[in-house]
Design a protein around this ligand. Sequence first.
Ligand SMILES: [Zn+2]
Length: 512
Amino acid sequence: MVSSLIRGKYVVTRVIDDNASEIIPDGAIFQRDGEIVEVGSFANLKARYTSDEVIGSGNHVVMPGLVNAHHHVGLTPFQLGNLDLALEPWIVVRSMNRDVDNYLDALYCAIQMIESGITTVMHNHATWRKPQGMTFQEAGGQVLKAYQDSGMRVAFSFSHRDQNQVVYQEDERFLATLPAELASKISARLQNSKIPTEDYLALFSDINAKFGQDPRIRIFLSPGNVQWCSDPFLEAVKEFAGRHHTGIHIHLQESVYQKMYGLRQWGKTPLAHLQDLGFPGPEVSCAHGVWLTESDIDTMAETGTMVCHNASSNLRLKSGIAPFNRMAAKGITVAIGIDEAGLNDDNDILQEMRLVQKVHREPGVASPFPTSHQVLHMATVNGAKATFFADAVGTLEKGKRADLIMLNLDHITEPYLDANTNIVDAVLYRGRGLDVDTVIVDGEVLMRGRQLTKVNKGEVWAELKDQLSRELMPHELERIEVAQQLFPHVQRFYQQWHLEKGVPHYLYNQAE
Ligand SMILES: [Zn+2]
């Protein structure tokens, strides 16, 4: 039996509504074997329980661990040499870069996330990130092993495409427009990540059998996006997820081109097409949702489908601003993701939360805007719902798992902060990843005094530097060169799509 008493000047146990959170001054949490036994005042709990240790001080704020509800990799595309572009050409170029070790990359990712207060992540692993000669099972296993070693909770899925893999058009048709040599190289590359539907579902079963018993792991299914998946594949995934009681994570209407693809292909938005297939539902979380129409937002609300909002990524990749205020008004569950494209390129979720809070502040004294409590709710309870951990985490209350973080208040409240300031506002306005002092998952300390306890950060950094300082192999150089050759063709393809004018959800400014 391992127990601890975790104390803070403030203990934020849960968000009550858009304007309030439950905050215990000079509070504490008593946890035993990872389960929260009681939450209350420090003096009271200290008198009534004997614990193995007391963690924290009167200079910390204790909060539920944060959830990054949409993510893919550790080393960012920028770190690997790719500047931000519009989503579609960016994906092509970034997916044809140098090889990176999946285990080390995921461990690097986990370390950065733990350091910014993230205890749970939705890790969506692209099928193209499978090294040649390795099975998908092995590639996924490397990522999950890294998360196990880090101690984080993870909802893992393989993101899969079975059509339109280069641009939003049948691969054969697009390849026919390319010079023959380039087309054959791309064609060979597409073969490497090809998986028949039965094999994709079997892959879920294999990985779930190996890792699904770990209480910190959930295995999801993930059709990459509507334009990337055939109807039979989408239907098979929906049916399979229902039978296995698991979640589905999908990208949806991230860019204007994705919405336009739906209008061209089906005469309706991709979500309306998904609705025709009976796909939306409470087990489905959709990353982005930037280009949802009013009618799409109604569909999301009626079906209980969730959204994982990625504000930084959408700004960086010229995707736009998701209509969060409209979604919130309809009661949609919206979580927050970094999508490895945070504003500072560093996976700091407190910064991402701050951007979410600021970017939806439309002009006008009466316009709605997300409050600090609302954003904290998105990054805790809503993230827990999207990752299927809602029964275990998201709030600090009796019976839940002890997943929590402690922030040092020095930077946030010193040298002065008005005494009437709500501590949740203070964290949202001024907190940074660097202020996170201690991170606990299942009662287990993953970081204390900013020192990681389960992984040796110095060794991971050294190993990464060592691996990445080697000369690129001929197959990597060739792949990067092929990406450069392909890039102008992809640009030209989308330049032929004429962006239509529509009514914006938000009115930020006007030309006249
Ligand atoms: Zn994504």
